[in-house]
Design a protein around this ligand. Structure first.
Ligand code: NAD
Ligand code: WQD
Length: 340
Protein backbone atom coordinates (compact mmCIF):
# COMPACT_ATOMS: atom_id res chain seq x y z
CA UNK A 1 0.00 0.00 0.00
CA UNK A 2 1.00 3.63 -0.47
CA UNK A 3 2.19 5.21 2.76
CA UNK A 4 2.93 8.91 3.21
CA UNK A 5 6.06 9.21 5.36
CA UNK A 6 6.57 12.71 6.76
CA UNK A 7 10.15 13.28 7.93
CA UNK A 8 11.14 10.30 5.79
CA UNK A 9 14.62 11.55 4.91
CA UNK A 10 15.56 11.63 8.63
CA UNK A 11 17.20 8.98 10.78
CA UNK A 12 14.23 6.79 11.73
CA UNK A 13 12.19 7.73 8.64
CA UNK A 14 14.84 6.54 6.17
CA UNK A 15 15.19 3.19 7.96
CA UNK A 16 11.42 2.83 7.98
CA UNK A 17 11.27 3.48 4.22
CA UNK A 18 13.63 0.50 3.72
CA UNK A 19 11.47 -1.78 5.86
CA UNK A 20 8.24 -0.59 4.21
CA UNK A 21 9.63 -1.32 0.74
CA UNK A 22 10.95 -4.70 1.84
CA UNK A 23 7.47 -5.53 3.16
CA UNK A 24 5.96 -4.64 -0.25
CA UNK A 25 4.69 -1.13 0.55
CA UNK A 26 5.29 2.13 -1.34
CA UNK A 27 6.54 5.05 0.75
CA UNK A 28 6.06 8.64 -0.45
CA UNK A 29 8.27 11.03 1.48
CA UNK A 30 7.49 14.60 2.50
CA UNK A 31 10.28 16.47 4.30
CA UNK A 32 11.50 20.07 4.48
CA UNK A 33 15.13 18.90 5.01
CA UNK A 34 15.52 21.09 8.12
CA UNK A 35 17.47 18.27 9.80
CA UNK A 36 18.30 15.83 7.00
CA UNK A 37 19.85 15.27 3.61
CA UNK A 38 17.95 13.93 0.56
CA UNK A 39 20.94 11.68 -0.17
CA UNK A 40 19.41 9.33 2.43
CA UNK A 41 16.67 8.45 -0.06
CA UNK A 42 19.19 7.63 -2.80
CA UNK A 43 20.75 5.26 -0.29
CA UNK A 44 17.33 3.77 0.54
CA UNK A 45 16.85 3.16 -3.20
CA UNK A 46 20.31 1.56 -3.38
CA UNK A 47 19.57 -0.79 -0.45
CA UNK A 48 16.16 -1.85 -1.74
CA UNK A 49 16.90 -1.89 -5.48
CA UNK A 50 14.13 0.66 -6.19
CA UNK A 51 14.64 3.20 -8.99
CA UNK A 52 13.66 6.20 -6.87
CA UNK A 53 11.61 6.98 -3.79
CA UNK A 54 8.91 9.59 -4.50
CA UNK A 55 9.96 12.72 -2.59
CA UNK A 56 8.32 16.10 -2.05
CA UNK A 57 10.39 18.82 -0.41
CA UNK A 58 7.99 20.84 1.73
CA UNK A 59 6.80 21.78 5.18
CA UNK A 60 4.13 19.64 6.85
CA UNK A 61 2.83 22.80 8.55
CA UNK A 62 1.87 24.14 5.09
CA UNK A 63 -1.60 22.88 4.16
CA UNK A 64 -1.11 23.87 0.51
CA UNK A 65 1.81 21.47 0.27
CA UNK A 66 -0.27 18.74 1.90
CA UNK A 67 -3.14 19.28 -0.58
CA UNK A 68 -0.66 18.93 -3.42
CA UNK A 69 0.61 15.62 -2.00
CA UNK A 70 -2.84 14.08 -1.49
CA UNK A 71 -4.09 15.31 -4.90
CA UNK A 72 -1.05 13.83 -6.62
CA UNK A 73 -1.33 10.54 -4.70
CA UNK A 74 -5.05 9.85 -4.20
CA UNK A 75 -4.29 6.24 -3.22
CA UNK A 76 -2.39 7.00 -0.01
CA UNK A 77 -3.80 4.60 2.60
CA UNK A 78 -2.07 5.79 5.74
CA UNK A 79 0.47 8.25 7.10
CA UNK A 80 3.53 7.75 9.30
CA UNK A 81 4.28 11.11 10.89
CA UNK A 82 7.97 11.39 11.84
CA UNK A 83 8.42 15.05 10.94
CA UNK A 84 9.32 17.06 13.99
CA UNK A 85 12.07 18.84 15.84
CA UNK A 86 13.67 16.59 18.44
CA UNK A 87 16.55 18.20 20.34
CA UNK A 88 15.65 18.41 24.02
CA UNK A 89 18.14 21.19 24.94
CA UNK A 90 17.23 23.29 21.90
CA UNK A 91 13.55 23.00 22.83
CA UNK A 92 14.32 24.65 26.18
CA UNK A 93 15.96 27.64 24.48
CA UNK A 94 13.54 27.83 21.52
CA UNK A 95 10.18 26.67 22.94
CA UNK A 96 8.05 28.56 20.44
CA UNK A 97 9.74 26.96 17.42
CA UNK A 98 9.16 23.53 18.97
CA UNK A 99 5.50 24.07 19.87
CA UNK A 100 4.80 25.67 16.49
CA UNK A 101 6.54 23.08 14.35
CA UNK A 102 5.54 19.93 16.20
CA UNK A 103 1.93 20.87 16.98
CA UNK A 104 1.08 22.76 13.80
CA UNK A 105 2.51 20.02 11.57
CA UNK A 106 0.39 17.40 13.35
CA UNK A 107 -2.79 19.49 13.23
CA UNK A 108 -2.35 20.58 9.60
CA UNK A 109 -1.63 17.01 8.56
CA UNK A 110 -4.76 15.64 10.27
CA UNK A 111 -6.97 18.41 8.87
CA UNK A 112 -5.88 17.68 5.31
CA UNK A 113 -5.94 13.88 5.79
CA UNK A 114 -9.56 14.21 6.94
CA UNK A 115 -10.47 16.16 3.81
CA UNK A 116 -9.10 13.37 1.60
CA UNK A 117 -10.68 10.61 3.71
CA UNK A 118 -7.30 9.25 4.86
CA UNK A 119 -7.91 8.53 8.54
CA UNK A 120 -5.01 6.32 9.55
CA UNK A 121 -1.96 7.78 11.24
CA UNK A 122 1.07 6.44 13.10
CA UNK A 123 2.68 9.05 15.33
CA UNK A 124 6.31 9.17 16.54
CA UNK A 125 5.95 9.61 20.26
CA UNK A 126 8.56 9.09 22.90
CA UNK A 127 9.25 7.52 26.28
CA UNK A 128 9.75 11.12 27.35
CA UNK A 129 5.94 11.47 27.75
CA UNK A 130 6.08 9.19 30.81
CA UNK A 131 6.14 10.94 34.14
CA UNK A 132 9.47 10.68 35.99
CA UNK A 133 7.92 9.12 39.12
CA UNK A 134 6.81 5.81 37.56
CA UNK A 135 8.11 2.42 38.60
CA UNK A 136 10.09 0.50 35.97
CA UNK A 137 9.41 -1.04 33.55
CA UNK A 138 7.16 1.51 31.88
CA UNK A 139 3.87 0.14 30.62
CA UNK A 140 1.58 1.96 28.19
CA UNK A 141 -0.74 2.48 31.19
CA UNK A 142 2.00 4.15 33.28
CA UNK A 143 1.47 7.76 34.26
CA UNK A 144 2.25 10.40 31.63
CA UNK A 145 2.88 14.15 31.96
CA UNK A 146 5.17 16.25 34.17
CA UNK A 147 7.45 16.53 31.12
CA UNK A 148 10.77 18.19 31.88
CA UNK A 149 11.15 20.15 28.61
CA UNK A 150 9.10 21.69 25.76
CA UNK A 151 10.05 18.87 23.35
CA UNK A 152 8.46 16.32 25.70
CA UNK A 153 5.36 18.47 26.07
CA UNK A 154 4.95 18.66 22.27
CA UNK A 155 4.82 14.84 22.17
CA UNK A 156 2.41 14.75 25.10
CA UNK A 157 0.16 17.38 23.48
CA UNK A 158 0.23 15.74 20.04
CA UNK A 159 -0.78 12.44 21.65
CA UNK A 160 -3.76 14.19 23.25
CA UNK A 161 -4.79 15.91 19.98
CA UNK A 162 -4.66 12.59 18.11
CA UNK A 163 -6.54 10.78 20.88
CA UNK A 164 -9.32 13.38 20.70
CA UNK A 165 -9.52 13.09 16.90
CA UNK A 166 -9.96 9.31 17.21
CA UNK A 167 -12.60 9.78 19.89
CA UNK A 168 -14.62 12.23 17.80
CA UNK A 169 -14.70 10.14 14.62
CA UNK A 170 -14.71 6.33 14.91
CA UNK A 171 -13.35 6.01 11.36
CA UNK A 172 -9.95 7.27 12.51
CA UNK A 173 -7.22 4.88 13.47
CA UNK A 174 -4.44 6.45 15.50
CA UNK A 175 -1.36 4.53 16.65
CA UNK A 176 0.94 6.28 19.11
CA UNK A 177 4.38 4.65 19.17
CA UNK A 178 6.50 5.54 22.18
CA UNK A 179 10.14 4.99 21.22
CA UNK A 180 12.77 4.37 23.84
CA UNK A 181 16.39 5.06 22.75
CA UNK A 182 16.89 4.37 19.03
CA UNK A 183 20.50 3.61 18.08
CA UNK A 184 22.53 1.85 15.37
CA UNK A 185 22.09 1.86 11.63
CA UNK A 186 21.19 -0.33 8.68
CA UNK A 187 23.68 -3.19 8.34
CA UNK A 188 24.76 -1.94 4.89
CA UNK A 189 26.29 1.14 6.51
CA UNK A 190 24.57 3.23 3.83
CA UNK A 191 22.07 5.01 6.09
CA UNK A 192 22.37 6.12 9.70
CA UNK A 193 22.25 9.05 12.08
CA UNK A 194 24.34 12.16 11.56
CA UNK A 195 23.48 14.84 14.12
CA UNK A 196 24.41 18.44 13.33
CA UNK A 197 27.08 19.85 15.62
CA UNK A 198 27.85 18.26 18.98
CA UNK A 199 25.67 15.19 19.52
CA UNK A 200 23.22 15.36 22.44
CA UNK A 201 22.61 11.62 22.50
CA UNK A 202 24.95 9.02 23.87
CA UNK A 203 25.52 6.68 20.92
CA UNK A 204 26.46 9.28 18.28
CA UNK A 205 28.78 10.83 20.87
CA UNK A 206 30.44 7.45 21.47
CA UNK A 207 30.85 6.86 17.71
CA UNK A 208 32.30 10.33 17.13
CA UNK A 209 34.71 9.87 20.04
CA UNK A 210 35.84 6.50 18.70
CA UNK A 211 36.58 8.03 15.29
CA UNK A 212 38.49 10.95 16.85
CA UNK A 213 36.04 13.78 16.13
CA UNK A 214 35.51 14.27 19.87
CA UNK A 215 38.29 14.03 22.39
CA UNK A 216 36.36 12.19 25.08
CA UNK A 217 32.89 11.29 26.21
CA UNK A 218 31.51 13.02 29.31
CA UNK A 219 29.58 10.46 31.34
CA UNK A 220 26.82 12.47 32.98
CA UNK A 221 26.87 11.25 36.56
CA UNK A 222 28.15 8.06 38.22
CA UNK A 223 26.22 8.37 41.46
CA UNK A 224 22.80 7.18 40.30
CA UNK A 225 21.11 4.28 42.01
CA UNK A 226 22.03 1.81 39.23
CA UNK A 227 24.42 -1.17 39.06
CA UNK A 228 27.46 1.01 38.19
CA UNK A 229 26.11 4.46 39.10
CA UNK A 230 25.58 5.63 35.49
CA UNK A 231 22.20 6.16 33.81
CA UNK A 232 20.34 3.14 32.46
CA UNK A 233 18.31 3.25 29.22
CA UNK A 234 16.46 0.92 26.88
CA UNK A 235 18.50 1.15 23.64
CA UNK A 236 16.72 -0.23 20.59
CA UNK A 237 18.21 -0.94 17.16
CA UNK A 238 16.73 1.47 14.62
CA UNK A 239 15.92 -1.38 12.22
CA UNK A 240 13.82 -3.06 14.93
CA UNK A 241 12.12 0.28 15.51
CA UNK A 242 11.47 0.66 11.77
CA UNK A 243 9.92 -2.81 11.65
CA UNK A 244 7.65 -1.79 14.52
CA UNK A 245 6.14 0.78 12.14
CA UNK A 246 5.45 -1.85 9.48
CA UNK A 247 3.72 -3.96 12.15
CA UNK A 248 1.72 -0.92 13.29
CA UNK A 249 0.68 -0.11 9.70
CA UNK A 250 -0.70 -3.64 9.30
CA UNK A 251 -2.39 -3.52 12.70
CA UNK A 252 -4.10 -0.22 11.90
CA UNK A 253 -5.94 -1.64 8.91
CA UNK A 254 -8.39 -3.52 11.14
CA UNK A 255 -8.08 -1.65 14.44
CA UNK A 256 -9.89 1.68 14.42
CA UNK A 257 -9.64 4.01 17.41
CA UNK A 258 -6.58 4.95 19.41
CA UNK A 259 -3.82 2.55 20.40
CA UNK A 260 -0.53 3.14 22.14
CA UNK A 261 2.56 0.92 22.09
CA UNK A 262 6.02 1.01 23.60
CA UNK A 263 8.84 0.27 21.16
CA UNK A 264 11.72 -0.84 23.34
CA UNK A 265 13.55 -4.07 24.12
CA UNK A 266 12.71 -4.29 27.82
CA UNK A 267 16.41 -4.42 28.76
CA UNK A 268 18.28 -1.50 30.28
CA UNK A 269 22.01 -0.84 29.81
CA UNK A 270 24.07 1.77 31.64
CA UNK A 271 26.27 4.38 29.96
CA UNK A 272 29.38 2.42 30.90
CA UNK A 273 27.80 -0.85 29.67
CA UNK A 274 27.36 0.84 26.27
CA UNK A 275 30.91 2.19 26.22
CA UNK A 276 32.37 -1.24 27.02
CA UNK A 277 30.13 -3.03 24.53
CA UNK A 278 31.07 -0.53 21.80
CA UNK A 279 34.79 -0.95 22.48
CA UNK A 280 34.58 -4.74 22.52
CA UNK A 281 32.31 -5.09 19.48
CA UNK A 282 34.49 -2.83 17.34
CA UNK A 283 38.01 -3.08 18.76
CA UNK A 284 38.22 0.68 19.36
CA UNK A 285 38.83 2.95 22.34
CA UNK A 286 36.27 5.36 23.74
CA UNK A 287 38.02 7.66 26.22
CA UNK A 288 35.68 9.11 28.83
CA UNK A 289 35.56 11.26 31.95
CA UNK A 290 32.97 11.32 34.67
CA UNK A 291 31.10 14.64 34.55
CA UNK A 292 28.25 16.09 36.65
CA UNK A 293 24.70 14.83 36.16
CA UNK A 294 22.76 16.40 33.26
CA UNK A 295 19.65 18.37 34.27
CA UNK A 296 16.41 16.50 33.79
CA UNK A 297 17.99 13.02 33.46
CA UNK A 298 16.46 10.02 35.21
CA UNK A 299 18.52 7.22 36.75
CA UNK A 300 16.70 4.47 34.89
CA UNK A 301 14.22 4.20 32.02
CA UNK A 302 13.16 1.02 30.24
CA UNK A 303 10.06 -0.39 28.62
CA UNK A 304 7.75 -3.27 29.18
CA UNK A 305 7.33 -4.30 25.52
CA UNK A 306 4.74 -7.06 26.25
CA UNK A 307 1.78 -5.20 24.71
CA UNK A 308 3.62 -4.67 21.40
CA UNK A 309 4.55 -8.35 21.35
CA UNK A 310 1.02 -9.52 22.09
CA UNK A 311 -0.98 -7.10 19.93
CA UNK A 312 1.39 -5.98 17.16
CA UNK A 313 3.21 -9.31 16.95
CA UNK A 314 6.43 -7.28 17.06
CA UNK A 315 9.53 -7.87 19.14
CA UNK A 316 13.07 -6.49 18.95
CA UNK A 317 15.47 -8.95 17.27
CA UNK A 318 18.82 -7.17 17.51
CA UNK A 319 21.05 -7.17 20.59
CA UNK A 320 23.54 -4.73 22.11
CA UNK A 321 26.44 -6.05 20.00
CA UNK A 322 24.41 -5.57 16.80
CA UNK A 323 23.59 -2.00 17.82
CA UNK A 324 27.25 -1.16 18.52
CA UNK A 325 28.60 -2.90 15.41
CA UNK A 326 26.09 -1.27 13.06
CA UNK A 327 26.54 2.19 14.60
CA UNK A 328 30.29 1.92 14.03
CA UNK A 329 29.92 0.50 10.52
CA UNK A 330 27.88 3.58 9.54
CA UNK A 331 30.17 6.02 11.38
CA UNK A 332 33.40 4.62 9.97
CA UNK A 333 32.06 4.44 6.39
CA UNK A 334 30.51 7.93 6.56
CA UNK A 335 32.61 10.04 8.93
CA UNK A 336 30.81 13.18 7.70
CA UNK A 337 27.36 11.66 7.37
CA UNK A 338 25.84 12.22 3.93
CA UNK A 339 28.21 15.09 3.13
CA UNK A 340 30.91 13.92 0.76
P1 NAD B 1 15.29 13.40 12.39
O1 NAD B 1 15.52 14.82 12.73
O2 NAD B 1 16.40 12.62 11.79
O3 NAD B 1 14.01 13.27 11.43
C1 NAD B 1 12.94 14.18 11.48
C2 NAD B 1 12.70 14.68 10.08
O4 NAD B 1 11.60 15.58 10.07
C3 NAD B 1 13.91 15.44 9.49
O5 NAD B 1 14.23 14.86 8.24
C4 NAD B 1 13.41 16.88 9.35
O6 NAD B 1 13.99 17.51 8.24
C5 NAD B 1 11.91 16.67 9.20
N1 NAD B 1 11.04 17.79 9.62
C6 NAD B 1 11.01 18.42 10.81
N2 NAD B 1 10.03 19.34 10.81
C7 NAD B 1 9.42 19.28 9.60
C8 NAD B 1 8.34 19.97 8.99
N3 NAD B 1 7.65 20.92 9.62
N4 NAD B 1 7.98 19.62 7.73
C9 NAD B 1 8.65 18.65 7.05
N5 NAD B 1 9.68 17.97 7.57
C10 NAD B 1 10.06 18.28 8.83
O7 NAD B 1 14.76 12.67 13.71
P2 NAD B 1 14.49 11.12 14.00
O8 NAD B 1 15.43 10.70 15.07
O9 NAD B 1 14.41 10.35 12.75
O10 NAD B 1 13.07 11.24 14.69
C11 NAD B 1 11.86 11.05 13.98
C12 NAD B 1 10.70 11.29 14.90
O11 NAD B 1 10.79 10.41 16.02
C13 NAD B 1 10.66 12.71 15.49
O12 NAD B 1 9.31 13.12 15.57
C14 NAD B 1 11.23 12.52 16.87
O13 NAD B 1 10.75 13.48 17.78
C15 NAD B 1 10.72 11.14 17.23
N6 NAD B 1 11.54 10.46 18.24
C16 NAD B 1 12.89 10.34 18.04
C17 NAD B 1 13.66 9.72 19.00
C18 NAD B 1 15.15 9.63 18.84
O14 NAD B 1 15.85 9.43 19.85
N7 NAD B 1 15.71 9.72 17.64
C19 NAD B 1 13.05 9.21 20.16
C20 NAD B 1 11.69 9.34 20.32
C21 NAD B 1 10.93 9.97 19.34
C1 WQD C 1 21.29 8.38 27.38
C2 WQD C 1 22.15 8.23 28.63
C3 WQD C 1 22.69 10.36 29.65
C4 WQD C 1 25.19 11.84 26.36
C5 WQD C 1 16.80 11.44 24.85
C6 WQD C 1 15.53 12.25 24.88
C7 WQD C 1 14.34 11.38 24.62
C8 WQD C 1 14.52 10.59 23.32
C9 WQD C 1 15.82 9.87 23.28
C10 WQD C 1 13.47 11.80 21.58
C11 WQD C 1 21.72 9.17 29.77
C12 WQD C 1 23.94 9.68 29.14
C13 WQD C 1 24.37 11.07 27.16
C14 WQD C 1 26.51 12.09 26.78
C15 WQD C 1 26.12 10.75 28.75
N1 WQD C 1 14.50 11.43 22.18
N2 WQD C 1 24.81 10.52 28.33
N3 WQD C 1 26.93 11.53 27.96
O1 WQD C 1 18.31 11.31 27.59
O2 WQD C 1 17.59 8.88 27.52
O3 WQD C 1 16.73 10.43 25.86
O4 WQD C 1 16.89 10.79 23.57
O5 WQD C 1 12.32 11.60 21.85
O6 WQD C 1 13.25 12.22 24.56
O7 WQD C 1 15.43 12.85 26.16
O8 WQD C 1 19.07 9.77 25.72
O9 WQD C 1 21.18 9.44 24.49
O10 WQD C 1 20.72 11.70 25.53
O11 WQD C 1 21.22 9.75 27.02
O12 WQD C 1 26.54 10.27 29.80
O13 WQD C 1 27.29 12.82 26.13
O14 WQD C 1 23.50 8.64 28.31
O15 WQD C 1 22.93 11.02 30.86
O16 WQD C 1 21.95 8.49 30.98
P1 WQD C 1 17.94 10.14 26.81
P2 WQD C 1 20.59 10.22 25.60
Amino acid sequence: MKVLVTGGTGYIGSHTCVELIEAGHEPIVLDNLCNSNPESLHRVAQITGCDTIPFIEGDVCDENVLHEVFRKHPDIKCVIHFAGLKAVGESVSMPLQYYRNNLLSTMSLCRVMQQYGVKKIIFSSSATVYSGDNEMPLRESSKTGNCTNPYGWTKYMCEQILRDIAKADPEWSVVLLRYFNPVGAHKSGLIGEHPNGIPNNLMPFISQTAIGKREKLSVFGNDYDTHDGTGVRDYIHVVDLARGHVAAANYMMDHPGESVFNLGTGTGYSVLDMVTAFEQANGVNVPYVIAPRRDGDLATCYADPAKSRQELGWEAQFNQVDMCRDAWNWQSKNPNGYDA
